[in-house]
Write a protein that binds this ligand. Sequence first.
Ligand code: ADP
Length: 254
Amino acid sequence: MNETTDRFRLDGDVVVVTGGGSGIGKTLAAAYAGVGATVIITDANEEAAESAAAEVGHGATAVAIDVTNEASVTDGFARIADEHGKLDVLFNNAGVNRRVKTTELTMADWQLVIAVNMTGSMLAARAAAAIMFTGGGGRIVNTASALGLSGGWYPNLAYQAAKGAVVNMTRSLAVEWGPQNVRVNAIAPSLVRTPFIKALTDQPDQVKFFEGLSPLGRIGDVEDMIGPVIFLSSRASDFVTGHILLVDGGLMAS
Ligand code: ADP
């Protein structure tokens, strides 16, 4: 064992991933298991959570949690606390997007995107922190977005508003919960190839456009999220809180 790489391990830690049934959440669930954590995959889509848990293995389990529903969040986290007795890490990642021009944005779409990305992040963080306080602390990693830090490259108002809120909630909760030893940070990815943006990555001209914007000349892969999220979830980042870590191939630098 090596003292430096040991800092990135999560042996014995209990980790909850929201929106873990697919994409970034599922990839990170496997990565957490790979560094020794006991992983609980939660998702509004129960079937997706179950099959992700089976795929991840290493004792990963699934709990159906709809992050927009306060009772579902409260019950789900109560079950997790009962079963595991503690919570060390929350990867607060459930998300949806509705990419339309603002003049065509329906109230239903606005409310859904705000409910999942903004309110859902708050509900999951609040439930997780309550368990973390009883165990002397923990780490929360929110999935923000480069679109929460910029006006973006196409009309996507609800998502940008919600992710902007995630950015500032990250700072706010870091300040509020620092004294209880709960660190709160976020990753801010640009485009990442997942089912989430399949409609876009299926269009070669769109792919070319986004590759052209990126100093590294490519769209992100889910695997690009592993190092940054594990870093923020582990002892390797013990003195880092309230930080928004761009994982965008340099897009925002340009
Ligand atoms: P990404 O990997 O970019 O986060 P995905 O669409 O692949 O995008 O994954 C998002 C996950 O969030 C999906 O598994 C989806 O079921 C989940 N999700 C969407 N809405 C909710 C919700 N209300 N509560 C919990 N999970 C949700």
